[in-house]
Design a protein around this ligand. Structure first.
Ligand SMILES: Cc1cc2nc3c(=O)[nH]c(=O)nc-3n(C[C@H](O)[C@H](O)[C@H](O)COP(=O)(O)OP(=O)(O)OC[C@H]3O[C@@H](n4cnc5c(N)ncnc54)[C@H](O)[C@@H]3O)c2cc1C
Length: 304
């Protein structure tokens, strides 16, 4: 068996990074495991606000700040994707794509992934006019007509980012009221090239040759249908937790991980925090808070 860590943190977003730094400072033998770009979800946030420490900073810049802090602290960083998490004989076994890791405790901070609409052609058109990340792919649609589907804060922010780039932007939302903040809705309404349509849902993705050619949408009150001739579509309708790899019996029916106030799950030694929890509001400072509380609880659990 390889080395047994005192704690392994899965996911280097704000929650995992916060927890790992604190644990390391407390003298816990900890490493953090990340499968993608360190910094987590904020890497795709065009602009981060509601974050007391920084005023309106681009998400990727904040991700670099977080990662720099992790490196300055000297926390061990492992680039790997965990494909299975189980507990055997009181030790957590984390199978990665590269290696198997062992630990006395784990902090699961794996966040969420964008939810799909579930219409035919969605997978086929991904990368051919369909994207789930405006910051990553928005520039491909410069001067084109684009549709955003969704009404939460993340969708509104990504729509604002796109409105600066594209020729015309349609935003459809299934309800007449937006879930996102009034401030963002007003900001979006201020663009001359934006049309907001409610209560509309997408009913068909239309393919032209190998690319998106339009989206058929339907009014939920009148059932009237129309085709928006767009070259790009961004479905931004919520998120699913990244917990499919977890074999422990710690998830609820939606795959989220409920925790006690000390951030421990119902399996002793397994802690979780950040966007994977069942919660209505997903924000950086909440994720950091969870990491801090978990680090303290992990230290206590280890008897340190
Ligand atoms: C467009 C957009 C705009 C936003 N704007 C704001 C804002 O202005 N203010 C604000 O406070 N919040 C904002 N948020 C929300 C904020 O980004 C999240 O709440 C926060 O990043 C959650 O942190 P986390 O550490 O829980 O998860 P994440 O940031 O999602 O990090 C999870 C990490 O785990 C990794 N991972 C997942 N599975 C595995 C695995 N099996 N093995 C290894 N690694 C794994 C992922 O690659 C990821 O890096 C925004 C989000 C989006 C999408």
């Amino acid at each position: 068996m390889n080395k047994v860590y005192e704690c392994l943190v899965i996911g280097a977003g704000p929650s995992g990074i916060g927890a790992a730094i604190k644990l390391h400072q407390e003298g816990i033998d900890v490493a953090i495991i990340e499968m993608s770009t360190p910094g987590g979800k904020i890497n795709i946030a065009p602009r981060v606000d509601n974050y007391p420490r920084q005023h309106e900073i681009p998400g990727p810049d904040l991700a670099v700040i977080f990662f720099d802090r992790l490196m300055q602290e000297g926390v061990e960083f492992i680039g790997d994707e965990i494909t299975s998490l189980d507990k055997k004989d009181d030790i957590f076994v984390l199978e990665g794509k590269n290696e198997t890791y062992y630990s006395k405790t784990v902090y699961i901070a794996t966040g969420t992934v964008e939810r799909k609409i579930g219409l035919p052609l969605e997978d086929e058109l991904f990368g051919h006019g369909l994207s789930y990340c405006a910051l990553c792919d928005g520039h491909f649609f410069k001067g084109q007509d684009v549709l955003v589907i969704g009404g939460g804060n993340a969708a509104l922010k990504e729509a604002i980012h796109l409105a600066h780039i594209v020729k015309h932007l349609y935003v459809i939302h299934r309800r007449n009221e937006f879930r996102g903040s009034d401030k963002l809705v007003e900001e979006l309404k201020g663009f001359d090239n934006v049309t907001i349509m409610t209560p509309y849902i997408p009913v068909e993705f239309i393919k032209e040759e190998d690319h998106l050619g339009g989206v058929k949408i339907q009014n939920r009150e009148t059932n009237e249908e129309q085709v928006l001739k767009v070259q790009g579509v961004f479905p931004l309708v919520g998120q699913n937790p990244n917990t499919g790899f977890i074999k422990l019996d710690i998830k609820n029916e939606w795959g989220n991980i409920p925790v006690e106030r000390n951030m421990m799950t119902r399996v002793p030694g397994a802690f979780a925090g950040g966007d994977v929890l069942p919660r209505d509001i997903r924000q950086i400072y909440l994720a950091e808070h969870d990491g801090m509380v978990a680090a303290n609880s992990i230290k206590e659990y280890l008897g340190k």
